[in-house]
Design a protein around this ligand. Sequence first.
Ligand code: AGP
Length: 587
Amino acid sequence: MCGIVGYIGEQRASPILLEGLRRLEYRGYDSAGIATLDGNFIIKKGVGRIGKLNDSLKFTDMEGNIGIGHTRWATHGSVTEENSHPHWSCKAEVVLVHNGIVENYTKLREFLISRNHKFSSQTDSEIIAHLLEEAISSHADIKSAILSVVGSLGGSYAFLAMIKEQPDLLIAVRKDAPLVLGIANNSHFVSSDVLSFIDKTNQAIFLDNKEIAFISRNKVQIFDFTGKSIQKKTTTLAWEISDVSKKEYLHFTLKEIHEQPISVRQALAQNEKEVKEIGEILRKTKNVFITGCGTSYHASLLLKYLLAKNLRVRADVFLSSEIDQQKDLIDSDSVVLAVSQSGETADVLNAVAIAKQRGARILSIVNVMGSSLARESYKTLYTHCGPEVGVAATKSFSAQLSVMFLIVVAAAKGSPKDLLALQYHIRDVLATEETVRTISEKYIGANDFYFVGRGDNYPIALEGALKLKELSYVHAEGMAAGELKHGTLALIEQGTPVLLLNPPDETYLPTLNSALELKARGAKIIGISTKRDPCYDDFVPLPAISSTYLFPIVEVVPLQMLAYFTALGRKLDPDYPRNLAKSVTVV
Ligand code: AGP
């Protein structure tokens, strides 16, 4: 979703901001813009991708050593140049970029109209620029003006503002949307994600909720929303996370699918003591809840199965956006384990906040270091799979599952030796790429696709369907194989493709029976298994794995490839699916 960048220092701001925005493209956006201050404000913005906009607008011609930039993912107001950021106030004294939603914007807009403010966009964001201009005119100093602004804003937001009369000041404000400062010699960076400045500095200060940073070339001062000064610690970031190039791959999504042998290995390299501690907490806590959204929810569902089967631990899994239906069950005898790649998903953070209020202890499995979820958690295990740029979660999913397996194996006092072989199994299954590509071409015209699996393979069926939907815009459903006869069979027609997850585990024979039922009704069966059954019309071989419990992590890989190749076959950009954002920071 919206991405924010800011720079103040000795160099020209515009090329730095442009590069910073490029590194935030993965978040998803529909328009973008940059503002610099060089005596007067210069603003360039428009609809479309940053590269194209730069061709026509020439961002890098903009002068000034201070500036802010933004990628917008529309919420209030359609996708137009006027609604894209940066926004300015009436008298052009304030320029601002914003991420989040100002919930009380209608009331604030009415107030500002009564004060003769004129608006040039339909956004809630523009309100903040006008409010700040209004507050500056009626307060003794900038600090009290900004405190009055945050006092009147409702909702979640992160914003960056520049003030014409203060050319050595960037104001950064965070409430429920991420913002991090990059600290370098005589220059400072601000962003929604460290990725946008990690190539310039590895020193970062993560703002917490309800904090305001006054950033000049040589110093940073941080206050809370009451105006109290706060001392923050500087975090040294791992340089490896700066690797956001596509390397030899055509798309980030393909690169990330291929990175899985390595990312799974990295995910498994956890501190043994911490893994055991989390396992013990799950084992001993009366009420265990697991939550996440999208792909992370599918991983959560698999963890529920693993806990039940291997540790006899009962866990409730809920979609984070459904917290209201669960919250009455959560109390101080509860643990909520939240799963998230970004650690910034608003639905997850909201669920965690509610669970915390009710006294629950928060554990998390997160990829992005220093993210809001990690900061809200009692204990976090990081998936360490590196930056995931493709909007579709791929390597983060297998990394989440790897960490989950590790927790369960450790708690069951098993040996993690088998897990270490995962990287080789994934390598083997990646070698089926051409087979998967051919299958994707065969079914390129299909409008509906079904993914079927039993037991631990069911969450993977859900994940396969989600991948196909988001990358190729084909309607897809993930089904528990045993459920087909309770309704979905009615949809099966001559030629309907059904992808069958059928590893040689205890689900093998009953799943094969489901395949026969499907086939009798005309379905085309794409079998994913270690051996080819005559009822399969197409077949993707899985490697032989003696520890059959590992199949879910391995079998998801061909599903990811199928979605990727179907997107290519349908002439779609798999890295940036329409209407979607990588990090969903609104509830
Ligand atoms: C997955 O491919 C999706 N893009 C999406 O469902 C994602 O998993 C979901 O929004 C949760 O994100 P998170 O893991 O960063 O919390």
